[in-house]
Design a binder for this molecule. Structure first.
Ligand SMILES: Nc1ncnc2c1ncn2[C@@H]1O[C@H](COP(=O)(O)OP(=O)(O)OP(=O)(O)O)[C@@H](O)[C@H]1O
Ligand SMILES: [Mg+2]
Length: 221
């Protein structure tokens, strides 16, 4: 489902390229739950952003569900993201001042889903994360754990094949972290492929496979 072959990426300091990912080859099968670990600055988020079609490769090939992403022009990546991917970030990234239900509805508006279908799917997604009764609340009225569960509802509402999560528990206490991981396990059991970056061993333990990134390369355990 996710196939990287010799993927490299550099950032530029003036004219000087600074390599961040060095010929990474990686294969993630449909239904896997993979954790990516490694020290700060090793390239985890850069790798995850490439897998999530949020960033592009400099060289090498990336193929997602049979589509050669590395050949897709940058402006068309949004179509792939909408079709295949749901995103969860450390800082939740909900839109403030609009309700939980509006936040969950937005990806469906972008995807052109009918208004009456939208409402049912929004309620179903909020129900999965246990927040149906908080649909009208804005971020200011929700705890961190609740905000992350709204973000999970938003990530799954278009029924993506793959969930991309960058330190999804990084801003949560242990109880809320475990709760978010239980939701991830449930989503994975329902067939979603999950690729998650984490710093925490007890969070990585929920994954079936752990990849370690060290200075832009994947190290074998
Ligand atoms: N947009 C950018 N422009 C220039 N350099 C960048 C950019 N994004 C990341 N980098 C550099 O690339 C390297 C890898 O960054 P990345 O964010 O992938 O690391 P990370 O493993 O996710 O780290 P952390 O655990 O701190 O989140 C770092 O040295 C970082 O400074
Ligand atoms: Mg990072």
């Amino acid at each position: 489902m996710i196939e990287l072959q010799d993927v490299s990426k550099a950032y530029y300091l003036g004219q000087t390229p600074v390599p961040v990912l060095k010929q990474i080859s990686l294969h993630i099968q449909k239904g896997e739950f993979v954790a990516i670990m490694g020290s700060s600055g090793s390239g985890k988020s850069t790798l995850l952003n490439i897998i999530g079609c949020l960033d592009t490769v400099d060289s090498g090939r990336y193929s997602l569900s049979g589509t050669a992403v590395s050949d897709v022009p940058e402006k068309s990546l949004a179509i792939l993201r909408n079709r295949y991917l749901g995103f969860i970030f450390q800082s939740f990234n909900l839109i403030p001042r609009i309700s939980a239900e509006r936040n969950v509805e937005l990806p469906m508006i972008y995807a052109g889903v009918d208004p009456d279908v939208r409402k049912n799917r929004m309620l179903a997604a909020l129900d999965i994360v246990g927040l149906k009764d908080r649909a009208q609340h804005t971020s200011a009225d929700l705890s961190g754990g609740q905000q992350q569960r709204v973000a999970i509802a938003r990530a799954i509402v278009n029924d993506p094949d793959i969930i991309i999560a960058d330190e999804p528990t990084g801003a949560l206490d242990s109880r809320n972290s475990q709760e978010v991981m239980r939701l991830f396990q449930q989503l994975n059991a329902s067939g979603k492929t999950i690729v998650m970056v984490t710093h925490e061993d007890d969070i990585a333990r929920y994954a079936h496979r752990v990849l370690i990134v060290d200075d832009g390369s994947i190290v074998n355990l």
